[in-house]
Ligand binder design. Structure first.
Ligand code: GAR
Length: 211
């Protein structure tokens, strides 16, 4: 089966992007990274992608001012140029309109640094610590118009330690993210994930166990 052509959308550091690029270097991985697109011209991840020999593009949202639709049409054009099958949001910090999300229904993934449906939105690690939760983690899910709410493809769990601060907890979660995202993309690219009544049903053994 042909490898799925993937676009990774980033806004910053791009460490999850690097994890996906690394996974896709394996010829048996069912997806190839066709392009990395950033809405931030100075995103650190762009340089990493270029040095890995991957095509990059910048679609700067500022150019379009408050016109989100124009920004997304530019994004959509870039995805079409690269004949993209699947989109992976990896630290992409723009909200997308229902129109754009609908174009990629069932074909756009996001990674979120919490065990959804807990801690949607920003500052997830600080809120997990403040809540007193003993476990925390990361989720890869399909993107739907409502933020951080789509069907869950895979989750990875970490313990919260008594001495944790935001930085130590974030670092522990990030390690899991880097294993989780390649696994989730693999499942989707292999066509093993079906969404039924808002839940992902997965053919085979999908779960990433806690480390
Ligand atoms: C990651 O922790 C990702 O889960 C999070 O941003 C970080 C990006 O890091 N995403 C969100 O908070 C989305 N709302 P990276 O650029 O090194 O992959």
């Amino acid at each position: 089966m042909a490898r799925k052509r993937v676009a990774i959308l980033i806004s910053g550091r791009g460490s999850n992007m690097v994890a996906l690029i690394e996974a896709a270097k394996d010829a048996s991985y069912p997806a190839e990274i066709a392009v990395v697109i950033s809405n931030e011209p100075d995103a650190e991840g762009l340089a990493h992608a270029r040095s890995a020999g991957i095509a990059t593009a910048v679609v700067d949202h500022r150019v379009h001012g408050k016109n989100r639709e124009a920004f997304e049409r530019a994004l959509q054009a870039e995805l079409a140029v690269h004949r993209i099958d699947l989109v992976c949001l990896a630290g992409f910090m723009r909200l997308l309109t229902p129109w754009f999300v609908e174009q990629w229904n069932g074909r756009m993934l996001n990674i979120h640094p919490a065990l959804l449906p807990a801690f949607k939105g920003l500052d997830t690690h600080a809120r997990a610590l403040a809540s007193g939760a003993k476990i925390h983690g990361a989720t890869v899910h399909f993107v739907v118009p409502e933020m951080d709410s789509g069907a869950i493809i895979a989750q990875g769990v970490v313990p919260v330690a008594d001495g944790d601060n935001e930085a130590t907890l974030a670092a522990r979660v990030l390690e899991v993210e880097h294993r989780l995202y390649p696994l989730a993309l693999k499942l989707v690219a292999e066509g093993r994930v079906r969404v039924v009544d808002g839940r992902c049903l997965i053919d085979g053994v999908p779960m990433l166990n806690s480390p």
